[in-house]
Design a protein around this ligand. Sequence first.
Ligand code: DAK
Length: 258
Amino acid sequence: MSYNNLLTEREGLILKITINRPKQLNALNKETIQELNHALDTANKDQDVGVVIVTGSGEKAFVAGADIKEFADFSINEGTELAAKGQDLLFNFIQNLKKPVIAAINGFALGGGLELTMSCHIRVASTNARMGLPETSLGVIPGYGGTQRLAQLIGKGRAMEMIFTADMVKAERAYEIGLVNHIVSPEELTQKCEEIASKICRNSPMAIASAICSVNAGFVANLDGLKIEIEEFGKCFGTSDFKEGTSAFLEKRKANFN
Ligand code: DAK
């Protein structure tokens, strides 16, 4: 499948999706959101994909936000409807994907761009990354989950300051406050993400899907994370991955989950 705004490339079990609108600093328009949904949905159903890496095209930006040209003249209803639709199609969709998604942040990650990285399960930034939620400078608030996920990742006080001031943080600061897991040079970014992805791919995809579900459950107001963990733990005992993992241990060999 070819896309107008994405490049996809698979090596082994790792799928790399590059958002490819470099002239607009990879700003997210409606079509890009639809295409990302399609590519991720396909990856989710593909047994030959273990981990997805998402990045931006060019050296300047991961994603410089939602495409401002598209939402400049929205009404209240259009804004509300599109926020809900965007969250379902992309941001919540990534968060709940069965496969881990790693954001390789190769430059500006602003507004919807930072919200996209925060929906991903793991974030790795290059030293030239700049991250922020500038929405209040445009007269809106973060509408793709940013008010919630930023506070979950860096704490309420810091999140409020970043949102109210619309300030950007550099990669080092993002690392200090827990917004990203690692910082590496731009040249090492892909390699670092692939290294993490390869380690993940050695482990049970079924257990990883259960872990994603359990960790996420702790951040949903009406769900009991510990209860979901018990259920997911129990389910693991019925999987072929559990049989393979335990047999491999007892037979003193490496497990082969693929
Ligand atoms: N949208 C559209 N085009 C963008 C863009 C964006 N977000 N960001 C950059 N571009 C375009 C610029 O217009 C410019 O295009 P040309 O003028 O060359 O045609 C090109 O990319 C290069 O940008 P600059 O010339 O500005 O490059 P600089 O290096 O000087 O500056 C910058 C880089 C990243 C600091 C600057 O481009 C910038 O401030 N960009 C805007 C950042 C921003 O405010 N992003 C939007 C955040 S608000 C919604 C839900 C959520 C949202 C909205 C609606 N609904 C559900 C309705 C979320 C909103 C946001 O993301």
